[in-house]
Design a protein around this ligand. Structure first.
Ligand code: ADP
Ligand code: MG
Length: 248
């Protein structure tokens, strides 16, 4: 479904991706782990075509999106749902307008049809009857759920989550993980989740990949990652101060 081949990207002297290669199969949840600043968000932005690599190829639905024009990219982007880091809602719009934003802006669907979809998606994330509330009326966990409902509003085939549990307390984080798994099962999505939270990673991954020094240094099932013999991966997943990763 997604095939990333030898992707390079830098910002001036800061070389971030230095030959990333990764394949994500249809229907699976791939969790990408790595330290803060290693390039996880940058990689997601490449997959959705918001950034172009200096070198390499990214195939999505059998299209090489590094060679596609903006119009073609928009057609592909419609098949994606995205929960951005922070997942800010529009404060001046109510929950229904937030969840239905894409449908209101980019389709010719009638309002009552959109409202029906909005209710259905809110129900999927365990929030019914909150359509009229404003973001300021919501708790942090509810905001995340609304962000999730918005991400699935247009029935995407691929959904990407950037740090979905960062900043949440452990109970809330576990709730969001559960929800991500439920959505995955109910909607048979292909999911890509970026996180540095290992509890979340193990809870939701079919496969995991670790980025280190601009490359994917290991890919495997949670079980394989847990039993890795790679000292860098081992240090990261155990959160140890001792090991080959030098802290700065
Ligand atoms: N638009 C940008 N312009 C310049 N540098 C950027 C940009 N986006 C990200 N970076 C840099 O790329 C590196 C990786 O960032 P990011 O992908 O956000 O890390 P993370 O793994 O924490 O998500 C960081 O050093 C960051 O400063
Ligand atoms: Mg990030």
């Amino acid at each position: 479904m997604i095939n990333i081949i030898d992707v390079w990207k830098g910002f001036g002297p800061n070389k971030v991706l230095k030959g990333v290669t990764l394949k994500i199969e249809k229907g699976q949840t791939m969790v990408i782990i790595g330290r803060s600043g290693c390039g996880k968000s940058v990689l997601l932005k490449h997959i959705i075509g918001l950034m172009k690599p200096e070198r390499g190829k990214i195939e999505v639905f059998d299209n090489d999106i590094t060679r596609i024009n903006e119009q073609g990219m928009q057609t592909i982007r419609k098949r994606f749902g995205m929960l951005f880091q922070g997942a800010a809602l529009f404060d001046s719009l109510n929950v229904a307008e937030n969840v239905g934003f894409f449908l209101f802006e980019h389709t010719n669907m009638k309002k009552n049809e959109i409202m029906r979809i909005v209710s259905e998606k809110l129900k999927l994330v365990g929030l019914s009857g909150v359509e009229h509330l404003m973001p300021s009326d919501l708790s942090g966990g509810m905001k995340k759920r609304v962000g999730l409902a918005r991400a699935i509003a247009a029935s995407p085939e691929i959904i990407m989550y950037d740090e979905p549990t960062t900043g949440l307390d452990p109970i809330l984080a576990a709730n969001i993980n559960k929800l991500i798994k439920e959505l995955q099962n109910k909607l048979s999505l292909t999911s890509i989740v970026v996180t540095h939270d290992m509890t979340s990673a193990y809870a939701i991954a079919d496969r995991m990949a670790m980025i280190y020094d601009g490359k994917i240094i290991e890919v495997g099932t949670p079980e394989e990652i847990r039993n890795t013999s790679n000292p860098i991966v081992q240090q990261f997943i155990t959160g140890s101060a001792e090991g080959p990763i030098i802290s700065d």
